[in-house]
Write a protein that binds this ligand. Structure first.
Ligand SMILES: Nc1nc2c(ncn2[C@@H]2O[C@H](COP(=O)(O)OP(=O)(O)O)[C@@H](O)[C@H]2O)c(=O)[nH]1
Ligand SMILES: [Mg+2]
Length: 214
């Protein structure tokens, strides 16, 4: 990683509200892609070429072209406004790394569950763990060109509550990934407002639209 930091990479001095967000989901749903597309710093991630041993454990159905896998986690950052900064952690999707989740979820405000609609059942465990932890989340269906499902079909298949936002996205597209994160932050604000209306109003970021990237 470059030691030099450009102006674009520099964290604004006024940023005093760091919000930790995790992106979770099954193997190959696009977590690394999303953190990479949206981050304003060069994202940290640990990609390793998949080994023969890993192939036996990782389910490659539908993701045969994938030749690397995240063995630690992805990390990125996006500025929401002068005060609020999102820190993004992409959590490893494979079952054998789920022991990392308890640590990773510590201090997490909310999560994005990335879903490949061709492999919906791969997301069940992530949703189950988030519900178990009491971590608020939204679901983002990443566009892999899978067959059409209505929103209700997706909600039924994923067994998510009606108040959990469900959006479509293309993780490769920066503005689409930003929209997913904005949806999550708005959802977190609504939950906070429902719990403590006055506190939520003062704690909310001044503007929900991320600042334009130079
Ligand atoms: N068609 C399509 N491919 C995607 C999309 N997002 C990611 N990919 C590809 O899917 C593969 C797996 O993505 P990756 O981010 O490594 O998945 P991860 O295991 O969840 O981190 C990569 O080859 C990506 O280029 C998307 O929205 N549409
Ligand atoms: Mg990855």
């Amino acid at each position: 990683m470059d030691s030099a930091t450009s102006d674009r990479d520099a964290l604004q001095a006024t940023a005093d509200n760091g919000l930790k967000i995790v992106v979770v989901g099954g193997f190959g749903v696009g977590k690394t892609t999303m953190v990479r597309s949206v981050s304003e710093i060069r994202p940290l991630n640990t990609e390793e070429t998949m080994t023969r041993a890993g192939e036996a454990v990782d389910h490659l159905d539908g993701v045969q072209s994938k030749t690397s896998t995240t063995v630690a986690f992805d990390f990125g950052r996006i500025t929401l406004d002068a005060h609020s900064v999102l820190y993004l952690f992409g959590a490893p999707g494979q079952e054998r790394f789920w022991f990392l989740w308890d640590r990773l979820f510590s201090g997490t405000l909310g999560a994005v569950v990335l879903v490949d609609t061709r492999r919906l059942s791969d997301s069940w465990y992530a949703i189950d763990r988030l519900e178990h932890h009491g971590t608020p989340f939204i679901v983002a269906c990443n566009d892999f060109g899978g067959p059409f499902h209505s929103e209700q079909q997706l909600r039924d298949a994923l067994d998510i509550a009606p108040d959990v936002p469900l959006v479509e996205c293309d993780a490769r597209d920066r503005s689409s990934s930003k929209y997913v994160l904005i949806t999550l932050v708005e959802h977190l604000q609504q939950l906070a407002a429902a719990r403590a209306p006055e506190a939520a109003l003062t704690a909310a970021p001044a503007a929900m639209t991320p600042e334009p990237t130079p």
